[in-house]
Design a protein around this ligand. Structure first.
Ligand SMILES: [Zn+2]
Ligand SMILES: [Zn+2]
Ligand SMILES: [Zn+2]
Ligand SMILES: [Zn+2]
Length: 445
């Protein structure tokens, strides 16, 4: 925290401890401005704001533009159109993606994370977004597993083992007091730690490292480029979300391993770039395959591999308690491996005894939509006489009058048609079908 002198307390960056009597604040600009005159040089641009912290709040209500009639309809339409255009950028043809994902989340826990350029601090915001990211990630990738590694005091620190249970991973990130930032981060140590915990994985699963990095330095024991080489050899994909600025080594790691690199500009952008890592990545087309030693599925060529999966038997809650093979806990509920009849606590997982991948069918079904996305609906530009009167999905009647202002990409009739079943849907259902249920209610595709 910067030392505080009384003369320029108005400009203190860490504002939380600045409190003024209510009458000064209430009477507002006149008095506060007079107080600011002393430090003109620093805050010219924010002259209308008595306190520096006010500048850090984006006034979202001011960015919304009303139209002439005072309605917000056009603003809402703009927002819808942007969403549609973004979705249209997605490839329409099915591409091969890795749906069995393994991801290590590397969190910077160095003292740079105490910086307040993102509110409340980089650290708190990172924890909050990491939790949201994990929840969303498991929702979209139910067959995946996440582990967490922290970087602080020059070492990599295992925060949580790789797990397919979202509650367990969220539990790692909930204990804020255990993650208190301190010291310098070490990229190399943390990446090596993440790499070693993924080295046993079979080739059909993806190995990914996502780094949230707030520092501009790294404190490594050896040559980080050697670590990068081994990561490339192990086909680990590294993605970095930087909170401060671009570091060359981070950019290089992402470029060479096929990951994403992004610098977060503000809180909202931070969330956007982090959540871009949620959908499964496309598989490398011509990447060399490493012969897998565990399951023998590696073939050295690109054709699809068959992998063995088992559907477990769920034990009723009232069954007699027995030890699970994963934690050696005595519990009555759990799942039985179909091959070796070992008892595990959660699915999806790999059986600790025989190594069989144990999944439940809903997990498989929920991963499927990434491979065969629902076709984009087309905006209906002209309506024929015999067109349906109501949305095929929610049965809400369509507007009968054409909307006056039409944003590019939106239908003036608020109708969107499925290219397969030729049914019309409203804009709400269009979004719901493509973002949530991933299945067209008309044709089931
Ligand atoms: Zn267990
Ligand atoms: Zn087994
Ligand atoms: Zn509808
Ligand atoms: Zn359809």
């Amino acid at each position: 925290m910067p030392p505080r002198r009384d003369a320029d307390f108005m400009d203190v960056d860490s504002d939380s401890d600045v409190s003024l009597p209510e009458d000064v604040r209430g009477k507002g600009k006149g008095k506060a401005k007079a107080g600011r005159k002393k430090d003109k040089g620093k805050g010219k641009a924010k002259d209308t704001q008595p306190y520096t912290w006010e500048a850090s709040y984006t006034r979202s209500w001011e960015t919304v533009q009303e139209d002439e009639a005072g309605s917000l309809q056009s603003a809402v339409e703009d927002w819808l159109a942007r969403g549609r255009r973004k979705r249209l950028l997605n490839p329409a043809t099915p591409i091969r993606r890795t749906i069995i994902r393994h991801l290590m989340l590397l969190l910077d826990l160095s003292s740079a994370m105490l910086d307040r350029d993102m509110r409340p601090t980089r650290f708190d915001l990172t924890l909050q977004y990491a939790r949201e990211f994990v929840a969303e990630w498991f929702d979209q990738n139910p067959l995946g597993q996440i582990g967490v590694v922290g970087m602080r005091a020059g070492v990599g620190e295992r925060v949580g083992e790789m797990s397919g249970n979202p509650q367990e991973v969220l539990g790692y990130l909930k204990e804020r007091h255990k993650l208190e930032p301190t010291g310098d981060p070490s990229l190399q140590n943390a990446i090596e730690m993440a790499r070693s915990s993924m080295s046993h994985l079979p080739t059909h699963s993806s190995r990914e490292i996502v780094i949230i990095y707030g520092s501009l330095t790294t404190c490594d024991p050896g040559n980080i480029h050697e670590t990068l080489e081994t990561c490339m050899k192990d086909r680990i994909r590294i993605s970095v979300v930087a909170l401060a600025a671009e570091m060359k080594v981070c950019r290089e790691m992402c470029d060479k391993t096929g990951g994403h690199f992004a610098v977060a500009m503000n809180e909202g952008h931070f969330k956007d770039v982090l959540f871009e890592l949620v959908p499964p990545p496309a598989q490398h087309a011509s990447a060399p395959r490493i012969i897998s030693n565990s399951a023998g599925t590696g073939t050295g060529s690109t054709p699809a591999d068959l992998i063995m999966m088992g559907f477990p038997t769920r034990l009723p809650d009232a069954s007699p308690p027995s030890l699970c093979v994963c934690h050696s806990d005595l519990r009555s509920d759990g799942f039985l491996c179909p091959r070796c009849l070992a008892k595990v606590c959660d699915v999806p997982t790999d059986c600790d005894i025989c190594g069989l991948m144990i999944v439940s069918s809903p997990h498989l079904a929920r991963s499927y939509h990434h491979l065969f996305p629902v076709k984009q609906y087309e905006a209906v530009m002209s309506v024929e006489a015999d067109a349906a009167l109501a949305c095929h999905a929610c049965a809400r009647p369509f507007p009968t009058a054409i909307s006056a202002t039409v944003t590019d990409g939106l239908s003036p009739w608020a109708r969107y048609q499925c290219p397969e079943c030729k049914q019309d849907y409203c804009s709400d259902c269009d979004i719901f079908v493509h973002d949530v249920i991933h299945c067209c209610p008309g044709c089931g595709k």
